[in-house]
Ligand binder design. Sequence first.
Ligand code: FAD
Length: 433
Amino acid sequence: PIAIMWHRRDLRLHDNAALYYALKAGRPVLPLFIFDKDILDHLDDKRDRRVEFIYKYVLKLQDELQKMGSSLIVRYGRPLEVFQELAKEYEITNVFTNYDYETYGKGRDAEVAAFLKTVGAGFHSYKDQTLFDHDEVLTGTGKPYTVFGPYSRNWLGKLADPFYTKSYPTETYFDQLHKTAPLPMVTLDDMGFEPLGENFPKPTVDDALLKQYQKMRDYPAERGTSELGIHLRFGTISIRNLARQAQETSPTFLSELCWRDFYFQVLDHFPHVEQHAFRREYDNIKFLNRPEDIERWEQGKTGYPLVDAGMRQLNETGWMHNRVRMVVASFCIKHLLVDWRIGEAYFAKKLRDYDLAANNGGWQWAAGSGTDAAPYFRVFNPTAQAEKFDPKGEYIRRWVPEYNSLNYPAPIIDHAFARQRVVEVYKEGLRKE
Ligand code: FAD
């Protein structure tokens, strides 16, 4: 009899909550990773950076486990079906995993847990992706927070207790790993994907960068942020270790990790945000969604250089600076009157650090429809933003080399006109409630 450790967005062996509890439970533990057909078959770009990234770290996991005389079961399929097969191959006592906050993940886990019950196996999940979750940080009246300020004060206060940032010493129990000959690995090709040969950022951040973070993080021409998003997304670093490092170096960076937890708890408590405005009345706004506008925005040809630079950085690298994410999102929704869900979906396709909770939170913030959102009548001026945050135009010239030449398009829309129009359209939409 064995226990299974099901890795998902926690592609590491060190400081891993579910793995720790699995190893401590006393049965030999065999780790598993499933390339989920339901997710992968829906990606239309077969050269997807995220898939390449996951593949790379799954290989690493398998290698590390094999060095200890164990291995990693790797399957390509639908999770429920994979567990049905595994239950025939192994006598499974329990499955351990880390909690998933997205609707799809919750449904998948419920289905797998229900099946496991029929074969007499338990299903146990743990908090690992976030510092706090579920009901750990609530208002005085026991409700989930919808405003960041008070949430972050409560969150920071709790986090001062070192209990919450302590590592899980999995290495102490590695002798509990199930001993087995190496198990087979699927290839990217088997799943219809091709590698890009991408150089991913390293899964660490220097103290020196964090100490400069507050000063540098708003200037897209600089390398002023950690670029750890993809590692946090797939759990190739531990959030607890990172929070400890931030506590010692940068309150501002720690506050960004708090935003991350905040959006996870919004998604967990208010799952309707996946499809709808957090504030329901914002679903009534009549967006134009003109295909030619959407296309020019996606391609970075709006004639607003900071917007275009951001979209081209996204298209070419799969990453965009946070300041510019705010500007392009606002431009898409408010200047072009494109539904935030369309922009959100484009980011979801392209961002290597795509995370449903943070992306949805960012887009709803820009739309004014979310928790703690900017009031709708505040419209970013993309030209003023460029002057302030890219004063020498370095970032713009890097991504839009033809800027200032005749080849560069005229602005797709006049700022003053767009500003007035969106305020009227929002007013009209919100009046209907
Ligand atoms: P750093 O500045 O080094 O921050 C460190 C980490 O803190 C990030 O990796 C991230 O995990 C977290 N973080 C920072 N800012 C935020 C924030 N505002 N909300 C939530 N978490 C934050 N972040 C994502 O991780 N995935 C997304 O899909 C995503 N989509 C966004 C869409 C829009 C419209 C906006 C405005 C923001 C979005 N963000 C998203 C938040 C933020 O832009 C990115 O986390 C950040 O730019 C990633 O770069 P970094 O890793 O260098 O971040």
